[in-house]
Design a protein around this ligand. Structure first.
Ligand SMILES: [Fe+2]
Ligand SMILES: [Fe+2]
Length: 285
């Protein structure tokens, strides 16, 4: 089988820029209905995109920055993610909805402990970068799949155009992490520990930042029902092509866990869209 072309980091760095918002019809946002569930999802995504600065802070204390390609990628990645957050905030404001503002330096004791543990392991464990790159690949693929699903569920032409542009960036991010993981997981030891870590500890981006009911809502809104379930399976099967990760069941298991808590019928009845949340959202004036 032909090897895929390696990720061209030089090209990525020179082309990295803020998501292009030219021509987005902001003044037409209110001309189309926006489901309440979509607003809720967008607020989650806007918060998490803006939270990248915290993930970056954690990463900078680990050995991932010793790799020149990763060190070149991270500032551009962070810059692009920050602008995704700003773009989603602008959309929400154009639709008449509030955005999430958070004091990001203030963290719970548990989160600080977690960050210290990551920093410690990240400095000591030789194959930490392999695990981190795999984790990043799963998260980028979940994010980009989430945006694609949101486009299908929301059926809002302005949002559709905006998310298309964000998805292009997320695809490049995924490509970077995936190629890195692919190379590093060729070491059986790295692959074994990575598999153990992701199977026991992986949770979608935003878990631990957003309240648990919001994370659960997202699982149901975007990844339940036939189309959502299919999307979750595709994420798992793509990640399963990485060395040592064949057959992993991450996103689908997570959806099973979250949708198994209570009212899954209410959600699956509308093909993944919660019936109570498809009503048009009335914008704040
Ligand atoms: Fe993003
Ligand atoms: Fe991304």
């Amino acid at each position: 089988m032909m090897e895929p072309a390696p990720f061209d980091i030089g090209r990525y760095v020179t082309r990295s820029r803020a998501v292009d918002l030219s021509g987005i019809a902001w003044d037409e946002v209110r001309n189309y209905p926006l489901p309440a569930g979509t607003v809720r999802t967008l607020r989650y995504m806007q918060d998490i995109e803006c939270h990248t600065i915290v993930y970056l802070r954690e990463l900078l204390a680990t050995r991932v920055i010793d790799d020149p390609e990763v060190a070149a990628f991270l500032p551009c990645w962070f810059y692009e993610e920050a602008f995704h957050g700003r773009a989603l905030a602008r959309f929400l404001e154009a639709a008449g909805h509030s955005t999430i503002e958070r004091v990001r330096s203030r963290e719970s004791f548990r989160k600080r402990l977690e960050a210290a543990a990551i920093a410690g392991i990240g400095r000591m464990w030789r194959d930490f970068t392999a695990a981190h790159m795999s984790w990043g690949a799963i998260n980028e693929l979940t994010t980009l799949t989430g945006y694609k699903r949101l486009t299908e569920v929301a059926q809002h032409p302005v949002l559709d155009e905006l998310l298309k542009r964000i998805i292009r960036d997320e695809s490049r991010h995924f490509d970077f992490y995936f190629r890195q993981a692919e190379r590093r997981l060729k070491s059986p030891g790295a692959a074994r520990v990575t598999r153990f870590l992701i199977e026991h500890f992986w949770a979608p981006v935003g878990s631990g930042v957003q309240p648990v009911e919001e994370v659960r809502f997202l699982a149901r809104y975007l990844l339940s029902g036939p189309e959502g379930r299919d999307a979750a399976r595709r994420i798992d099967s793509t990640i399963g092509t990485l060395p040592g990760l064949a057959g992993v069941r991450l996103v689908e298991s997570w959806v099973d866990r979250e949708c198994g808590r209570g009212d899954s019928d209410r959600f699956s009845a509308a093909g993944g869209v919660p019936v109570g949340d498809v009503a048009e959202c009335v914008p704040n004036s």
